[in-house]
Design a protein around this ligand. Sequence first.
Ligand code: API
Length: 257
Amino acid sequence: MELTFHKYQGTGNDFVMIDDRTEAVDLRNLDLVRKLCDRKFGIGADGLIVIRNHADFDFEMIYFNADGSQSMCGNGARCAVAFSSYLGMINGKTRFLAIDGPHEAVLTGDQVELLMGDVKEISPKANDFFVNTGSPHHIRFVDKAKEYPVFEEGKAIRNDIDYAPGGTNVNFVESVSPDEIFVRTYERGVEDETLSCGTGVTAAALVYGNKQQKSHIKINTPGGKLSVKFNSNPDGTFSKIWLIGPAEQVFSGKINL
Ligand SMILES: N[C@H](CCC[C@H](N)C(=O)O)C(=O)O
């Protein structure tokens, strides 16, 4: 079977995208997911995104991490919006469905503004924090993030018994200025550091913004620049959380399965 794919990246978080409106892809075939994402034996990506029609939304995005596990993916969702526009399914604005529920997004040039789900709380975790922004995130503030042992420390926290059985993503955050941070992320399901993580920088921005009393945070990542703006509510929840950044089609191709 020959499969057409498109490769996208959002601030260095990269994805194999498949237009599966014919529903030809067997979503139970996790060996297929792992093969497509394999950087030596397949196309190579942090994750796979399958786009399907949905009666109540412009499209549905189904996200798989490279290991076949599923979660919400912020950068992937931004790339899915750009891909659905490329396919002619949307025109600038969209309302689509992901694993964590409905999302709105606006595409302006190569910038995608993605409305994330509301966040109920920021939980303290020893000297760190935990936030669920559609996927789980441990947040640790460090002095020199560029020199921090992200793989070793991230893997240890990701596998901490406190997070069993599902685990968590882990973000190491350095303050740059009152409204700017630098973030490196160890991603569950990729089981390595990725160049950026959309739900992760969103979680980091909420924690930092809450501390700094700021509602618009700029985020630098090894893969590029993102920003997050949000409302802090009197009950301690967060809403109108927008994740903003670029999404780019890198190449397309066909693969024989
Ligand atoms: N690895 C994450 C999902 C992808 C998150 C990341 N790629 C993003 O942009 O949000 C998890 O298993 O929860």
